[in-house]
Write a protein that binds this ligand. Structure first.
Ligand code: DC
Length: 206
């Protein structure tokens, strides 16, 4: 069983690097950000107060969520696009700061890895909290301008370094599992580099 943990801020290239790495290693990839996005979508649709922890926890526990590495299915509906909306983007950091939601999603993430017998898992707390004993921990970075540009391409919008910086600040300063460089992680800077180049570097550490 091989488990690779990839953490890093928004736009650092985690998703593309994780997909390519998983393909190269013949492993499945788990995008844990998509899981926080799915709970956020449910909460927005239900009109839930985003600070109401018991309500958020109930939504997280009751949902059926399937991720196949490309698409995301929430209670049987393909929400791959809906979870990338501007509304979800703006609200997801609040939902992700709820400890009860985190513990339910972490439980699901560990279960997923157990079923798959390993994998490439990307997020913010993967090497620090979810799989502290991963075979390899990568902390991916890129400079802020480039991260804002990549995010904008992903969302087909204009680059907005200030909103990206705001979300990074929320993700890094929350008390519950903040974004940190995990102990034992290798720092990889993806600024100005191709996916192949970054993946080649990561493979050297395995
Ligand atoms: O990677 P992303 O932008 O899809 O992540 C969405 C949000 O979820 C982001 O604000 C950080 C949060 N997140 C988290 O707190 N823990 C994770 N393991 C993954 C994402």
């Amino acid at each position: 069983m091989v488990l690779v943990a990839i953490d890093g801020p928004a736009g650092s290239g985690k998703s593309t690097v994780a997909s390519e790495l998983a393909a190269r290693l013949g492993l499945k990839r788990l995008d844990t950000g998509a899981m926080y996005r799915a709970v956020t979508l449910l909460a927005l649709r239900a009109g839930t107060d985003l600070r109401a922890a018991p309500e958020l926890e109930r939504l997280a526990r009751q949902m059926t969520l399937e991720l196949d590495g490309v698409k995301v299915w929430l209670d049987g509906e393909d929400v791959s696009l809906a979870i990338r909306s501007a509304e979800v983007d703006a609200a997801v950091s609040i939902v992700a700061s709820c400890p009860a939601v985190r513990s339910e999603l972490v439980r699901r993430q560990r279960h997923w890895a157990e079923l798959q017998g390993g994998g490439v898992v990307e997020g913010r707390d993967i090497g620090s909290v979810v799989f502290p004993r991963a075979d390899l921990k990568i902390y991916l970075t890129a400079d802020t301008e480039e991260r804002a540009r990549r995010r904008a391409d992903q969302f087909r919008s204009l680059p907005d370094p200030s909103s990206l910086a705001r979300r990074d600040a929320l993700d890094s300063s929350r008390p519950a599992s903040p974004l940190v460089v995990p102990e034992g992680a290798v720092l990889v800077d993806s600024t100005g580099r191709s996916v192949e180049d970054v993946v080649e570097e990561v493979l050297k550490y395995l």
